[in-house]
Design a protein around this ligand. Structure first.
Ligand SMILES: CC(C)(COP(=O)(O)OP(=O)(O)OC[C@H]1O[C@@H](n2cnc3c(N)ncnc32)[C@H](O)[C@@H]1OP(=O)(O)O)[C@@H](O)C(=O)NCCC(=O)NCCS
Length: 220
């Protein structure tokens, strides 16, 4: 029987338009975090540490460094899944559905979907969707792919339109959002203090760019 909680479902394998044309089913999909992906996740996390971007995995936010991830990976996976629990609507104002991009059984990246936009930060700067690709697998088209799959998931969650944001100087992310149909709304100045609250060190204010993507068309 299908688990009614979308955060617990294993999504069907998705075929890219390119591989569909070739009649090939590729092995890229979004999956709920699971201990099965421990080894490749730890390789990815180590690569994120080298780039000082471990926050892309949510590990620091949940109180984990790489050593603790190695020791307590099962607990980390459980903590990630708890972010989507309904009880968080009361305690934090929003749920966060975390999925991992898996290619041929390997962890490639992460996307997180926040359907409620339940905080001032999310409404203004955070948006509905975040994503990251592990540094050693970037520039291979996975970024564009993870957002496309995340949009399918948003559609399944019943969302009609999504807000996605990125830093003005994050050209790869801008290209990903625009390739997935993002319509630019506005740019907002984000000061250093808010930036630090994001877990990023910043000496200067930055511009956050806000884009919207309509999902109704994807359901037809
Ligand atoms: C942003 C990010 C997800 C991109 O992932 P990716 O797998 O490299 O993305 P893709 O391979 O799909 O590339 C998307 C586009 O950016 C370009 N690109 C990617 N990295 C690039 C780089 N370092 N320099 C120049 N162009 C780059 C690609 O060539 C591609 O261009 P195209 O549209 O002309 O084909 C990844 O860099 C990342 O995880 N960054 C840290 C977290 C982050 O910034 N998340 C986004 C928050 S809004």
């Amino acid at each position: 029987m299908l688990d009614p909680d979308p955060s617990h479902q294993v999504l069907p394998k998705v075929t890219s338009p390119e591989s569909a044309l070739l009649g090939v089913v590729d092995a890229v999909s979004l999956e709920t975090p699971a201990e099965t992906y421990r080894e490749s996740f730890l390789v990815g996390a180590t690569a994120f540490v080298a780039e000082k971007r471990l926050e892309s995995t949510y590990a620091p936010f949940l109180g984990y460094d790489v050593h603790r991830l190695r020791r307590e990976f099962g607990t980390f996976v459980w903590d990630l899944k708890q972010l989507a629990d309904d009880s968080r609507l009361h305690s934090s104002g929003y749920r966060d559905h975390v999925f991992w991009l898996i290619d041929d059984g390997e962890y490639i990246g992460q996307t997180s979907i926040r359907p409620e936009l339940g905080t001032a930060y999310l409404i203004t700067y955070g948006g509905h969707i975040g994503y990251s690709i592990r540094p050693d697998r970037q520039q291979q088209g996975y970024g564009r792919r993870i957002l496309s799959l995340a949009l399918d998931e948003c559609s399944r969650l019943g969302m009609d339109r999504v807000l996605i944001t990125c830093d003005e100087d994050n050209m790869p992310s801008r290209r990903i959002i625009e390739a997935n149909g993002g319509t630019f709304e506005s740019g907002l100045t984000m000061d250093r203090a808010i930036r630090r609250a994001e877990g990023r060190k910043s000496e200067k204010d930055i511009q956050k760019l806000r884009y919207w993507i309509e999902l109704r068309d994807r359901r037809r």
